[in-house]
Design a protein around this ligand. Structure first.
Ligand code: NAP
Length: 332
């Protein structure tokens, strides 16, 4: 049987903002000849993540870069259409690293069956996927939040930020979000139920931040880096924890560090980086707890879905323009 596979491959490494010509969009035919233990998966949903920008860069990171010519790396949810693996049967839904393509053949090692009748399958790419797990371990294990802490989170309407703030609310904290635009801030306050949300694109950002943080910030969960990180450092409390989860404002440029860092010294505060993959042994535990919060209606899931592998580049850019709410997903 011959399969026609649509793929997105990396042609060259970008400098600065990625342009469309760094990718090739292909129609590839291959003969389907599965070996023992292999399965053919048809991808249905592809996770679009800021980390993809980092994977395009050469050099040392927490994971190797995507090689030139390779299919672009991505988390996926798909359905098994052929199987020579005793563990997976045709019709099973699986999550794994299926890449930006229509089909993938794998040996099942990094794929998990999703068998959940109560929760929308797409949540396994958002709240119950990599971004939700990042929020869970970042805010609980690195942020070490306690009841009544004041928690500030940037990119608050995004995949990680929206879950960070909701978990902090569940744990009894006061939560202040930061997001781009009044529509997103309304969403953060009214739907996600944060105590406040500040629009960093407004001219009043600094004064609004100062007002909202007047009692001091115990935990700042940083998704954006740059100016926002620098300004928040002016409002941290004694013993504050700053969780360095990401720095999307810096991904397309040479990063600059915060010059208010002496606030860490004055306040005996810490700033610590985290990578979700370090918590893999506890993923199951976190999924179990967050799944219960979803079913108890304490945790809202939100996905923004755009269709078409051929639109991958334009969809990817929405991460940087902010033209989306919640988890960004490509539907194949
Ligand atoms: P996301 O928040 O769903 O999407 C990115 C958001 O960033 C955009 O919607 C936009 O929201 C905001 N943004 C873009 N450019 C910005 C800028 N220049 N300044 C301020 N905000 C900007 O993305 P996500 O998947 O949840 O990821 C959030 C962060 O977590 C990223 O930095 C990512 O790299 C990091 N992350 C880290 C790990 C880990 O293990 N450490 C794992 C997953 C993700 P606005 O409209 O509000 O500007």
């Amino acid at each position: 049987m011959e399969i026609n596979n649509r793929t997105v491959r990396l042609l060259e490494r970008p400098f600065g903002f990625p342009k469309k010509n760094i990718w090739s969009f292909n129609e590839e035919n291959f003969d389907l000849d599965l070996k023992k233990n292999e399965l053919l998966v048809k991808n249905e949903y592809i996770s679009i993540d800021p980390a993809m920008r980092g994977w395009l860069n050469k050099g040392k990171s927490y994971i190797s870069p995507v090689s030139i010519g390779d299919v672009m790396r991505a988390g996926t949810i798909g359905v098994v259409v052929r199987s020579k693996n005793n563990f997976f049967k045709v019709g099973d839904y699986v999550s794994g690293w299926g890449g930006v393509q229509e089909y993938n053949i794998n040996d099942g090692k990094n794929f998990n069956i999703i068998d959940d009748k109560k929760i929308n399958i797409k949540s396994y790419l958002s709240v119950l996927g990599m971004t939700g797990l990042t929020a869970y371990f970042g805010i609980l294990r690195v942020g070490e939040i306690k009841k009544n802490d004041t928690v500030v989170v940037s990119a608050a309407a995004g995949a990680v930020g929206s879950v960070v703030g909701q978990i902090a609310k569940i744990k009894g904290c006061k939560v202040i979000g930061i997001a781009g635009g009044s529509k997103k801030c309304d969403y953060v306050k009214n739907i996600l139920k944060f105590d406040d949300c500040i629009n960093y694109k407004s001219n009043n950002f600094f004064t609004d931040l100062k007002k909202s943080c007047k009692e001091g910030v115990d935990v700042y969960f940083d998704n954006v880096g740059g100016t926002i990180l620098n300004q928040i450092m002016m409002f941290i409390s004694k013993g504050a924890r700053i969780v360095i989860c990401g720095a999307i404002s810096q991904y397309n440029q040479k990063p600059t560090g915060p010059n208010n860092y002496l606030s860490l010294l004055v306040n005996r505060a810490t700033m610590k980086g985290m990578v979700v993959f370090d918590y893999v042994d506890d993923y199951e535990l976190a999924i179990k707890e967050m799944r219960k919060w979803i079913l108890d209606e304490k945790l809202t899931t939100s996905e923004d879905i755009y269709e078409g592998i051929e639109n991958f580049h334009e969809i990817f850019l929405k991460l940087f323009s902010g033209e989306k709410i919640g988890k960004l997903i490509l539907k194949v």
